[in-house]
Design a protein around this ligand. Structure first.
Ligand code: FAD
Length: 187
């Protein structure tokens, strides 16, 4: 593994994943831009605590009070961390592709404009700031295709592939986007 380097101001440059630590405009590690372990390393040093996954604490209808208690927490929820870059990304792509799957086959001009506006705002407010910046550049260079549902689904697939390539992940076959996100795979 890559050795952790220190910046002159003693902030780590690289995390234990080998990725660069990303900081926000105030010089603090950005939670949504780093992996959880890298974020914890940059925030607290190398010692990290990973919570043991617990079974879902869904509250059964018949005994809500019993289920709301757990051994080490007053809350009826699993102790989960705020999302890191990976979880945020996975859930965001799920939302985006599912929006494409629900987009009309023949959208009105108003719907097309709304989708373009949504994408521009989404890229601007995306919580991993450097991811959002790259997405904004992608949108500038590749105008969103929103004339039909299939156009939009494929455009989004290409946008996702540009990130896959950046991260060294395999490209998805965009002709299959509907099977993955709308219709399901042939049984
Ligand atoms: P994901 O890439 O999240 O994909 C989820 C699922 O989508 C996959 O399991 C697969 O079934 C399907 N899929 C994969 N590729 C495609 C495709 N092309 N079209 C349709 N479906 C597909 N992370 C960074 O580290 N750096 C970045 O700069 C960065 N930029 C991002 C920009 C945006 C706009 C978003 C939404 C996310 C970004 N991410 C970035 C997160 C990154 O893309 C992944 O979401 C994250 O690494 C988790 O990957 P994953 O393996 O869970 O699969």
């Amino acid at each position: 593994t890559q050795e952790v380097q220190e910046r002159q101001d003693s902030k780590p440059v690289y995390g234990s994943s080998g990725r660069k630590i990303i900081y926000d405009e105030n010089g603090k590690p950005c939670r949504t831009c780093n992996t959880l372990l890298d974020f914890q390393m940059a925030t607290h040093g190398t010692k990290v605590n990973i919570p043991t996954p617990k079974p879902s604490l869904a509250i059964p209808n018949d005994s809500p009070k019993e289920a709301s208690k757990s051994a080490d927490s007053p809350y009826p929820y699993q102790k989960e961390y705020p999302p890191d870059v990976t979880k945020l990304g996975n859930h965001s792509w799920t939302l985006l592709h599912t929006i494409a799957a629900a987009y009309p086959e023949k959208p009105s001009i108003e719907q097309q404009n709304e989708m373009k506006t949504f994408l521009n705002i989404f890229a601007k407010i995306y919580p991993c700031w450097y991811c959002g910046k790259d997405f904004q550049s992608f949108i500038k260079k590749n105008e969103p295709k929103v004339m039909t549902q299939d156009d939009f689904g494929k455009w989004l697939c290409n946008a996702h592939n540009s990130v896959n390539i950046k991260l060294g992940k395999p490209k998805f076959k965009c002709e299959l986007w509907k099977k993955r996100w709308k219709d399901g795979w042939d049984e």
